[in-house]
Design a binder for this molecule. Sequence first.
Ligand code: SF4
Length: 430
Amino acid sequence: MTIYAKGVVFEGVDFDNPNHWRLEEYVKRGGYAALKKILNEKITQDEVIAEVKTSSLRGRGGAGFPTGLKWSFMPRNFPGQKYLVCNTDEGEPGTFKDLDIIVSNPHALIEGMIIGGYAMGITVGYNYIHGEVFEAYERFEEALEEARKAGFLGDNILGTDFCFQLHAHHGYGAYICGEETALLESLEGKKGQPRFKPPFPASFGLYGKPTTINNTETFASVPYIIREGGQKFLELGKPNNGGTKLFSVSGHVNRPGNYEIPLGTPFADLLEMCGGMRGGKKLKAVIPGGSSAPVLPAEIMMQCTMDYDSIAKAGSMLGSGAVIVMDETVCMVSALERLSYFYHEESCGQCTPCREGTGWLYRIVHRIAHGEGRPEDLELLASIGDNIAGRTICALGDAAVFPVRGMLKHFRSEFEYMIEHKKSQFAALS
Ligand code: SF4
């Protein structure tokens, strides 16, 4: 996928240079300077965590949890092994940014993880990479080898007594393995199914040991924060929404791709960067944060800025930053049918409300989309949603319900029309 605009993660990357991802090029653009700074200036673990807190870096995987706070949960004096895990199991429909990071700037992630290991006193890390990608996995393995050979990774890093081992792990291609506890189960060689929480991974994680899990983009943002300072990172964005963020824009725009822009950028500006609407059509709606985020109609979306707080206030989620743009020809019933099928298909089946409820949601939306809807179906969808959300082991149940609620809130009349007339007012989603 093409990367069009650059912020912290892709700063200085010359994509025209075929070696842009290699260690030599990364070092030329300031790479590993943050790690050197920490080790040479003997910056303490607390100081590193404080810098990350100052930056207001929030988890880029979807939840948006403050990274510095998460790092501070890791027990300091735990007597056994602790683990650091990177979640590169990117599988949310519409999201395609993390694989671009490990293909185009893998050392930013590696350096970020080494710094994370230092800050939390962790000596072993894993990067869990989505199972259906091969080039990205091999690229990351190669980058790891470069870092080891150069003394940035492994035993006695840069001649100090700090040691950090980092391994790549190829996942199994299941969407649910992106849920952090399912990922840990999978990493342990078991079936990738989410665990009951609590206990949380900070106390009972990989192999039952304290574990911190962050997203790829989150780790890749850390070197900049340490090198340039948390305050500078914060000021790139807006309060509580520090830095730049990658947005994977797909759908009916002229230039779909990854756009790394300051948090707080108006959505209208992002749309303009994407070359506007394809074919000069009118914007109808946007799913602003991956398929589980409730859809927002154009008139609301055009008032939003692209940051966690603005999108939440509008009634949706920034999530992973996957922006799915839909034009005026889109039939929302068909769009919801696709989304509902996805969650039904990807449910791990462990708990009844999700296993049965996602299938039920899908079958009802399917019959509406195929002209067989019943007058009571919309109430039934809402009621099933209420019996799934908040009643499952992991958030996939909620993720299946949010798109249904968003569609019924903003585009109910389309569903009603289709139930009554047995056909859509719009062309199918192209
Ligand atoms: Fe599995 Fe769904 Fe339950 Fe999550 S909510 S544990 S995906 S059945």
